[in-house]
Design a protein around this ligand. Structure first.
Ligand code: DON
Length: 307
């Protein structure tokens, strides 16, 4: 397979899509990014990375951080975690409140905002302080990315905190049902902070490699999670990674993936590679429009998918 050729074809074919969609503006700091950017990186098991576009530009990973927090929490709590968060698709937008009331404060899955907030709460209970919790999340990301140069964006963090009405509503609702152990304020601050971590597509594709290889980094041989846990994280990415567009993504791309409103998407090709794309304009579900298209083109041209 000629990955260079596939990527240069994608770079051409993606152009008409770069003007479509809308940058997230409910987090005001995210509205300032250059909307026409595009990047894609593919990292193989031997560490070779192929990239197009602005692949070393760091962007706000937002909900992609939920893959790392879910992985970490699953590793700590194992299946006890599912007493507090489900593993079914929600069929609802990522920030929806409605289902949570009916289902008594137990979020459908770890990737919708409510579920990710519960996951952050479990990490806060484990690590005790907000500072330690954030440091451990960041350390985990640095470890899987084999890169010490990863940090967060204070402006994006504060911007989301100052406009985080829905997430505060979700957290308060779950607190009222007894599904948050820590103070709402501490939980949402920690959640916003890990969402504001910045990474490039090169860094993200490297960081996801362990999930393509049963939880073990194929380059260093380091085992981050068990085979079973890696299977679970991939399954939840496939079924819930794009919220109410998860079916669409599975249909068109056919790979476990996770999006973020910063315009990033990561995808895993089991036993072969991981892929990251970035393009800030979003479709109506809040997922990168050109990024989704680029992944569909990659899957078509390479013939790679889990199906
Ligand atoms: O909580 C939020 O709304 C954001 N910090 C993350 C949402 C997100 O990335 C949704 N993904 N497409």
């Amino acid at each position: 397979m000629d990955i260079n050729k596939i990527l240069s074809e994608i770079e051409e074919e993606i152009k008409p899509f770069l003007q479509q969609g809308k940058v997230a503006d409910y987090i005001p700091a995210l509205a300032h990014v250059d909307p026409d950017q595009f990047a894609m990186s593919v990292t193989l098991f031997d560490g070779t990375t192929y990239s197009i576009g602005c692949s070393d530009t760091k962007f706000s990973i937002q909900s992609i951080s939920k893959v790392f927090t879910f992985t970490k929490s699953l590793n700590i709590y194992s299946k006890d975690l599912y007493k507090r968060v489900g593993k079914e698709p929600s069929g609802n937008p990522f920030n929806s409140l409605v289902q949570l009331e009916y289902e008594k404060g137990i979020p459908r899955n770890p990737f919708i905002n409510a579920g990710a907030i519960v996951i952050t709460d479990t990490l806060l209970s484990h690590y005790k302080t907000t500072n330690d919790t954030f440091e451990k999340i960041l350390d985990f990301i640095k470890n899987v990315a084999h890169n010490d140069d990863i940090t967060y964006d204070e402006e994006v963090y504060l911007s989301e905190y100052n406009h985080g009405y829905r997430n505060l509503a979700l957290a308060n609702l779950m607190k009222s049902f007894g599904n948050l152990e820590n103070e709402v304020e501490d939980v949402v601050r920690s959640y916003f902070k890990h969402c504001s971590i910045t990474m490039s597509t090169q860094e993200l594709s490297r960081a996801m490699l362990f999930l393509a290889n049963h939880g073990t980094d194929p380059i260093s041989g380091e085992k981050f999670i068990t085979d079973n846990q890696a299977k679970r994280v991939n399954a939840v990415m496939l079924t819930c990674g794009h919220y109410d567009a998860s079916g669409e993504f599975a249909f068109h791309v056919g790979l476990p993936g996770k999006s973020g409103v910063g315009g990033g998407i990561v995808a895993v090709v089991p036993k072969l590679m991981s892929i990251a794309v970035f393009s800030p304009r979003l479709n109506s579900w809040g997922n990168s429009l050109a990024g989704t298209q680029a992944l569909e083109l990659f899957s078509q041209k390479s013939g790679l998918s889990v199906f």
